[in-house]
Design a protein around this ligand. Structure first.
Ligand code: FAD
Length: 299
């Protein structure tokens, strides 16, 4: 036997969690269950997505501001350039600053019509790099941007994609969070490409648990993520078994995370899908435990 199972799990992994803004009361309750369950794990930050075309502008703001106000976690707001002038985007950023939010996940976003070619809004920010520069001009925000281990579909090739990431970092971005991917080698290859391109910024793998295989296949096709054949086999026949599917989803995401950790990755960002138990179980398997406040521990 080479080594005991789980012997490599350490306590030095840092995690962050991504949520989406709720559409109704039921979803609001699910989100806050996830927020409160994951809070004791002491994430570096939690982020809230911005709906396509700015459709969740108010809901994203309300969710981010409430997390910042009512929890011990630092909240980060996703913000895109789509369908808005620079002045409108700047006003949103100013509202975040006034609410004590210091971290923006700055993105270009996608065209309002799925499949259309992206065109920047007249008077708007050109792309994510331009938005990063704009935010940094306003305030010393902490800024995260996206990175694409399998290349963004709009990028001509991997070199153009790396150049784009470099522009965002040169504009002042503090780190990049990757699009989801399913094979650890995909990230390790990307890490080598980044090193060869002289990019030494923090690149945090984004981990997407597969709760619904059909929708993951659709999303993957749109964003250029390869879905390995073994995944179809794993999720086959689980459509009518939601509990089993959740256990398989947690296992697959935890396995990917463990392989990344074994390869030296010390930060992971989880797309939680607003599900408390899934992200909690994955973190637990990785050795991330609730941080007991010093006062409680001493008592
Ligand atoms: P950019 O980095 O600005 O550019 C993407 C690609 O466009 C580049 O790779 C390049 O090919 C091309 N490009 C840009 N500028 C130039 C230029 N000057 N010259 C040539 N080519 C150029 N979407 C949402 O709507 N809301 C969210 O909350 C959200 N959160 C996300 C979080 C993460 C971690 C990730 C990875 C993605 C997220 N997205 C979100 C999706 C994102 O908006 C899309 O992937 C979008 O298509 C690209 O946005 P970007 O910020 O990566 O774009």
């Amino acid at each position: 036997l080479e080594s005991p199972l789980y012997a490599d799990v350490g306590g030095d992994l840092e995690v962050s969690f991504e949520f989406f803004p709720p559409k109704n009361e039921k979803m609001d309750a699910q989100l806050w269950d996830a927020v409160r369950t994951l809070e004791p794990l002491g994430p570096r930050f939690v982020s809230v997505t911005y709906g396509a075309g700015g459709s969740t502008r108010e809901r994203t703001h309300a969710t981010v501001a409430r997390i910042q106000r009512e929890t011990s976690m630092a909240a980060a707001a996703h913000l895109t350039c789509v369908e808005a002038t620079k002045a409108e985007i700047d006003a949103i950023a100013e509202e975040y600053w006034a609410a004590g939010v210091r971290h923006i996940v700055a993105l270009r976003g996608d065209p309002p019509t799925a499949g259309a070619k992206y065109a920047s809004h007249p008077g708007g920010y050109e792309n994510a790099a331009d938005l990063v520069a704009g935010l940094k001009r306003l305030h010393p925000f902490e800024v995260s941007v996206s990175a694409y281990p399998e290349c963004h579909p709009d990028s001509g090739d991997a070199a153009a994609d790396l150049d784009n990431l470099k522009r965002k970092l040169d504009a002042g971005a503090n780190r990049a969070i990757t699009q989801f991917f399913f094979e650890p080698e995909t990230f390790f290859r990307y890490r080598d490409q980044l090193a060869a391109a002289g990019i030494d910024a923090e690149i945090v793998p984004g981990i997407m648990p597969v709760m619904n295989f059909a929708s993951v296949q659709r999303m993957s096709a749109m964003c250029g993520t390869a879905v390995p054949p073994w995944m179809a086999r794993l999720f086959e026949g689980l459509d009518d078994h939601p509990a089993a599917r959740q256990l398989v989803a947690a296992t697959v995401a935890a396995e990917l995370s463990r392989r990344l950790y074994a390869g030296g990755v010390k930060q992971l960002h989880f797309y939680t899908l607003n599900r408390a138990e899934l992200a909690y179980a994955i973190c637990h398997l990785l050795g991330v435990r609730a941080k007991v406040p010093a006062a409680v521990a001493a008592a």
